[in-house]
Design a binder for this molecule. Sequence first.
Ligand SMILES: Cc1ncc(COP(=O)(O)O)c(C=O)c1O
Length: 388
Amino acid sequence: MALPPVPQNDPKAAYLAQRAAIDAAITRTLESGWYILGKETTAFEAEFAAAVGCRHGIGVGSGTDALILALRALGVAEGDAVVTVSHTAVATVAAIELTGATPLLVDIDRDTYTMDPAALARVLAAPPPGIGRIAAVIAVHLYGRPADLAAIGALTRRHGLRLIEDCAQSHGARFDGSLAGSIGDLACFSFYPTKNLGALGDGGMVTTRDDALAAELRALREYGWRGERYVSERTGMNSRLDELQAAILRVKLSRLAADNERRRALAARYDAGLRDILTVPTRDQRVEHAFHQYVVRTPRRDPLRAALGEAGIGSAIHYPVPIHLQPAYRGRIACAPSGLAETEAAAREILSLPMYPQLGEAAIDRVVEAMTEALALLGGGTSPPGRP
Ligand SMILES: Cc1ncc(COP(=O)(O)O)c(C=O)c1O
């Protein structure tokens, strides 16, 4: 008898795990008669901000909007440049362009898949010709692993730049004991359904310690209103986390820490089964990984992925085409003069395995077994020589 498929992600399983509480939160909100910026959003903003070690949380429509609003709140505008990576969800780069600013892309570190501080240092010392004032850096904590905020923060301070953390994949992760989202000037979260903290629709949040930035963000997300309703103090937009999603997220937030623990336990089980046959995620004492994704690396990626598919095991590539090579950006987006070799190499070799808190140990063992068999047939799966 065929085994049931193992999906790469399963947001429905997360709903079913808390079904009664989520259904009750939905009913409570529907019956309240108040659907936008009410008690649920206010309560969730405070609870989430506390959970990520920040004073303020501003609920918005999506993670993309969180990035746009964060950049606008910092005064980033047309003519400014913002440094980030090409190995990220396209939203990071799209948000920069949507503010009118120019993205400037730097390479990642081979072992962490996050911004290489040495590449950042090089581009800040010698930006490519034609780049305007560099105003900010967006560090993306990809896969749930915080970027090297010690090195990146030292560089942004030295150059007088603002630091935004893209925490769309890193709810509850830590760097040097501090929660991701509490370290930069502003941090942007997504509550897309598959995230570590996922809504049942779109949603996002900006967090900050800064009272003035928080007030600016609250105005910007709602037409530029500050004190008085229907009077715009500045040009804003409409991007508000709705009451239903906030009520659902309050329920799910109660499990975030336990869910992240579970993700780490599953990652450890993968590590034990896979570390001898391909490159598993590297570890760093300073980092508490939230394992939004468990990403392995092998030059046999494509045939391995096909074999997993035949065995009923879902996988994904985050991301298959670096942003600077995608049709919308290719040939026109500014890249660091030293190039993006590690970004391009990673895109050829990375594979995201099934990872979500409801995944069972038996499923992990099945994935490990299928990968071991496939790599034995394919003839080896380790990364280029000299790599662990
Ligand atoms: C790293 C990163 N940044 C930004 C976003 C954008 O979030 P959203 O899909 O909520 O707009 C995502 C999610 O897709 C992401 O993974």
